[in-house]
Design a protein around this ligand. Structure first.
Ligand SMILES: [Zn+2]
Length: 424
């Protein structure tokens, strides 16, 4: 209760800033917009249509660079989408919301402008009930609905990225360099820090949506308590994931407690936690956890050069979850490091057969094929990987093939796209 005036006065003190900004933006003959979450007027240089367009353009590269979609359990994806839609309905912003589960062990969640959201499987396994999931998604929904990403662009933090996105959309460049930069835009958008005011706003309104959607808002408190506890463990996965953009704090816990008390007084009682439904929906994921832990350990062993250990561990992961494309892809990576290129190609084939929409399997197979002088197959693989995610390495490899084929002009273009100056 003590914390409620603090929270509200902080939100209100912003409104003066917004008013001053809007006076300024009026002078610049730019339009003010009403923030659909807060109801306040503010500068709106990036329109809703532009936010939706940025979100649509950056969603695929953002997913790709974060491990791709978690495909072995389609029911889980549908479940998370349902929970997200239930909360997002209260955001006041009419955005084409989308929610996906990413195949990534790092506990994280993010939102792009325009309502394109993602949660990693590594965060799902840390939650206890559906209301906590709704709290995570509600918080991210506010980042999109309250234009937090758009404001970062307006402030110039992501200006370069925004300009490049426009260039790519207009198609006036035709140069793949722009796409490469576009991937950096996606990285900037998902890794950005919105600032404390935006985080407070997301906690505040996200928890309100949680209650309005029929969940017990106390889940926002228990979630933050879990985060504070985990942050004390110093787990590096958390530090590079959610905690890098959302440092847990006693202040956030107490702010959320104060808000829950307010919501109770407003009559939000008897909401559900839906722990059983959540446990049932995530049962396969939790059962498969040892397989993913083995695969993560296999990757660590591979990077350390211990291919024998890496092979044993990925074998263990595959025995537990044979349908996971990423495990076949990782075995391909290990075989590639061992210069067993035929075996690597076989493993990448299996990965592509299970998930034809992840860039890394094509990139890996292309490199193995290039080693085997299978140039046409390699080129097709590199081009497919570039459609999914522009990477420097794919352009470099295409440049090397073009050079080997005597096509120096094409080679130069590929090297330029990769950001590498050709030798004089
Ligand atoms: Zn946040």
């Amino acid at each position: 209760m003590d914390h409620e005036p603090t929270e509200l006065s902080m939100l209100k003190s912003n409104s003066l800033t917004y008013m001053l900004r809007c006076i300024a933006c009026g002078l610049l003959l730019s339009g003010c917009v009403v923030n659909p979450v807060t109801g306040q007027s503010e500068i709106g240089l990036v329109s809703t249509a532009q936010q939706i367009s940025i979100g649509r353009q950056q969603y695929l590269p953002a997913q790709q660079m974060q491990g791709g979609l978690y495909k072995v359990d389609p029911a889980l994806m549908a479940y998370v989408s349902g929970v997200g839609a239930r909360v997002a309905r209260f955001s006041g912003a009419n955005l084409p919301y989308e929610f996906v589960v990413l195949n990534n062990s790092v506990p994280n969640a993010w939102a792009l402008p325009g309502g394109k959201l993602a949660i990693n499987r590594g965060l799902l396994v840390e939650l206890r009930n559906e209301a906590e999931l709704a709290a995570v998604l509600g918080h991210e929904v506010v980042h999109a609905a309250a234009r937090h990403g758009a404001k970062q662009i307006e402030r110039g933090y992501l200006l370069q990225g925004a300009v490049l996105v426009t260039a790519a959309a207009a198609g006036d460049s035709g140069v793949s360099d722009v796409l490469l930069q576009g991937a950096q835009t996606a990285a900037g958008l998902i890794n950005q820090k919105y600032g404390r005011d935006a985080e407070r706003e997301s906690d505040y309104y996200g928890t309100r949506y949680l209650a309005q959607a029929g969940y017990d808002p106390y889940a926002a408190v228990s979630l933050q308590e879990t985060f504070v506890r985990l942050s004390k463990g110093g787990n590096s996965d958390w530090m590079q994931g959610l905690f890098s953009s959302h440092p847990p704090s006693a202040e956030r816990v107490s702010n959320n407690r104060g808000l829950v008390a307010t919501l109770r007084r407003e009559g939000y009682e008897g909401g559900e936690f839906a722990a059983d439904r959540f446990q049932a929906a995530t049962a396969n994921l939790r059962r498969a956890l040892p397989a993913y832990e083995a695969a993560d350990a296999a990757r660590t062993a591979m990077h350390a050069g211990d291919y024998r250990e890496a092979t044993t561990l990925i074998g263990k992961a595959l025995a537990l979850q044979e349908g996971e494309a990423a495990f076949h892809g990782l075995r391909g990576d290990i075989r590639f490091k061992q210069k067993r290129f035929d075996d690597a190609i076989t493993n990448y084939d299996r990965a592509v057969a299970r998930d034809p929409d992840y860039y890394a399997y094509y990139l890996g197979r292309g490199r193995a094929r290039a080693e085997q002088e299978q140039r046409d197959g390699a080129k097709a693989d590199f081009n497919r990987s570039l459609q999914l995610l522009p990477t420097t390495i794919a352009y470099l490899e295409l440049g090397k093939i073009a050079e080997a084929e005597g096509n120096l002009e094409a080679a130069e273009q590929y090297y330029a796209a990769a950001g590498v100056r050709p030798a004089p």
